[in-house]
Design a protein around this ligand. Structure first.
Ligand SMILES: [Zn+2]
Length: 156
């Protein structure tokens, strides 16, 4: 982590601010506005520390006395997905799960193919960002997301 050229720069551009600017740009392009509700949802989503589904978001929004309709929540999640700020991950079962763009950096999401249990691990130093950069020098890497399929200890 003593290499300011890479790790810090990557951390800086993959921050919440970066995601917010990406989201705003997309909304502008599609003639939508960053409404009060959308900003609250963006903030809530930014705090997830791993895969989340819409139900998790609904649960998070209600105890604070904030009322945001399910329709707005679904629509905002869809807009965030379309903007690339969140990405859908393959998952066992019917629920749709998402991960944040800015959490994708050096993170791996383990998914059990039998029960669907998910776990997020820090890939950290094992990821050769330099190697990735060298193999595609004309592409500015912001974030990486690894979906790692396998069998969990409960099922194995
Ligand atoms: Zn399992």
């Amino acid at each position: 982590m003593n290499n300011p050229d890479n790790s810090e720069e990557l951390e800086e551009i993959s921050s919440k601010d970066f995601s917010l600017s990406l989201f705003k740009k997309y909304l502008d392009k599609e003639n939508f506005h960053l409404t009060y509700e959308r900003k609250i949802l963006f903030d809530e989503i930014s705090n997830f520390n791993g895969p989340f589904c819409v139900e998790d978001l609904i649960e998070k929004c209600s105890p604070d006395g904030i009322y945001i309709s399910r329709g707005t929540i679904y629509k905002t999640v869809k807009l965030m997905e379309d903007s690339g700020v969140i990405q859908r991950i393959p998952k066992h079962g019917k629920k749709r799960f998402f991960v944040l763009l800015n959490q994708g950096t050096n993170k791996g999401h383990l998914i059990c193919l039998l029960c669907g249990k998910m776990e997020t691990i820090d890939i950290g130093e094992n990821l050769n960002i330099e190697g990735l950069k060298n193999s595609k020098a004309d592409f500015d890497i912001i974030s990486t997301t690894f979906i790692i399929n396998g069998i969990c200890s409960d099922c194995g």
